[in-house]
Design a protein around this ligand. Sequence first.
Ligand code: PXG
Length: 457
Amino acid sequence: MAALEKRSGADWQELDKDHHLHPFTDHKALHEKKSRIITRAEGVYIFDADGNKILDGMSGLWCVNVGYGRDELVDAATAQMRELPYYNNFFQCAHPPSIELASMLQDVSQPQFNRVFFTGSGSESNDTIVRMVRRYWDLLDQPQRHTIISRKNAYHGSTVAAASLGGMKPMHEQSGLPIPGIVHIDQPYWFGSDQSLSPDEFGLLMARQLEEKIQELGADKVAAFIAEPIQGAGGVIVPPDTYWPQVQRICDEYGILLISDEVITGFGRLGEWFGADYFGTKPDLMPFAKGVTSGYLPLGGVLVSDRVGDVLIDKGGEFFHGYTYSGHPAGCAVAMENLRILQREKLIERVKNDIGPYLQNGWHKLAEHPLVGETRMVGLMGALELVKSRQPLERFDEKQGVGTICRDLLVDNGLVMRAVGDTIVVAPPFVLTHEEADELIEKAWLCLDLTQEAING
Ligand code: PXG
């Protein structure tokens, strides 16, 4: 630690520039601007090397749900690392943390989930999904049933299979993706449509695309449909109420596996344990990561329903798949303590009944700002749409980069939110107080004003 403290923020920026390749970053642009060096955090605040205190409206990267500075999680990791820092779950071995966590996850998830396959991240979880789903149909003697339907603008991770499941065009273009056997239908993004239909009609139309795609491919070719309950990285796309019930009906009717990607929505973000609980779906598989440890250590996994698990087990044969860190002991120990915190402090109930509605109330008031075309928020996951004009609705030219202008102003004024194009998204920790929520809304309003000024030049 001492060696680190000798450096100044400027020193770190130089070293960073010279040696560090960042994820999802234009390095040429970054080198002109320099990175913001975050040195510590407490509660819902992060602190940078220049001493600025910034409200973290993104919970890190949608993950630090119980907030920063949790000694219980540090202690859980330390104790586990002293006892058994690493052992694997391969070759007929297991260790108490992976077993205990598997059992706890069964307790907090829907009754069909009795088993879990551990990974180290959300991307690995979704790679596991592709392999597990195909293995399932192979074991059922339907090897032709390998196509997975996903959605445009979905984010399921950055590995080859996860990025293929994802529907991010720029990612596909850079690496010859998607891999074969993955197709994409439209997302249920009502605000992004021409708005000629009511949200409910639009939800039905988008769900119908799933049915049409199944019919086009042939149901006997379709393995699964994967979706985030609410698209996160794609801009917090909250589907109309009609969408999920239809999707569930279609998956049931055609016998297609339903995969609910819970990497962001899992562990309380929507005020229920999982997004599937919020929307009332009954998925067959649920990839998760992030919030399972509140980001304190990397851990992910796939919750496996009996429908899939029974086949994998009863039919026998080895599934040639696994990661060195599948069920890492320290990650599992932290996850267990994190789940206990959620339970002990009733944080999911807090998201549902207290801080969720409180922040939503303030958030929806932002819709009165002339720059805002729509506000959305479920639990503590929200978005606002920046528009040139509300009546008639006119959006900014993408090249103007209004979302980025706003995002930069927000950070300069002590609030982290993320810009997805001209959509500003928010997902604060569950421990956000009412005062901190007020601060978030006040800063957001101020920065909408500043953005307006910047655009008007
Ligand atoms: N599924 C979903 C729904 C995600 O949001 C992943 C899978 C992949 O997880 P890992 O742990 O491999 O990153 C994610 C990750 C953003 C952003 O800018 C979002 C994510 C990751 C990085 C950036 O919003 N989500």
